[in-house]
Design a protein around this ligand. Sequence first.
Ligand SMILES: [Zn+2]
Length: 308
Amino acid sequence: MVTRLYTHPVFLEHITPPGHPERPDRLRAIERALDDEAFAALDRAEAPEGDEATILYAHPQEFVERVRATIPDTGIARVDADTTASPKSWQAAVTAIGAANAAVDDVFRGNATNVFVAARPPGHHAEKTTSMGFCLFNTAAIAARHAQRQHQAERVAIVDWDVHHGNGTQDIFWDDPSVLYCSTHQMPLYPGTGAVSETGAGNIVNAPLAPQTGSEVFRDAFLSRILPALDSFAPDLIIISAGFDAHHRDPLAEINLTEGDFDWATGQLMQRAGRHSDNRLVSLLEGGYDLQGLAFSVAAHVGRLMKG
Ligand SMILES: [Zn+2]
């Protein structure tokens, strides 16, 4: 049982404007939380350089060039209302993709049982042809396709417990029954998608949560909707879009989860990975904007990944 952690110094160099919630300190808080004896057995690795060609797994070339053109030589450029780019943002985004793809390689080659990727910028709001919601490219979607193209995975499941709906991931796999997309998220909330009625080709499972709800409603959504969907889909790989902004301390939403809920949900997904995908599980950091809530939640999540 080996749990690997990928991160890279360039993830701190994606600079956002002062006061922006998606900031480099998020990764520093995670680093501090995992710099503890309890995580001594974590297999720490530097994310490899990403392969830009793999961006095309989820986005058209014309869009990739459009994003490249927004990267400024100095300062901070606006990409959309709340998404920005700094000079190192391209390298950070491509390295995040490199880390996620390497994580997929690791679990298929048996180099690791599961992997947590602590990267930024996040990815799940990036649609086929739109960067939005702090996200440039959809890292989770690219990693899912990488598993299919490089490791002959037939079915990949993406479970997204970020408090915001992963409209980008849903958009990319809307008519692709080879990828199951399951999401718990607060509704109403940004970006506005994620109703139960949005089912794609029968491969989209949305479990919206009402504001001010917490553990009970979240766990019930897992037990009644998401875990049964995973069992009938029987994925060859489970990818978690692991946002921790449903934590009760988070300033961007009103769902009241605790780190214990992330521990529990991780355990449930590991059980399904054990049942269907030879334990293969890759977890990618998405949101989480209260530094203490994020640190506690990632510690609980990674601790569970290591314990099995
Ligand atoms: Zn979020």
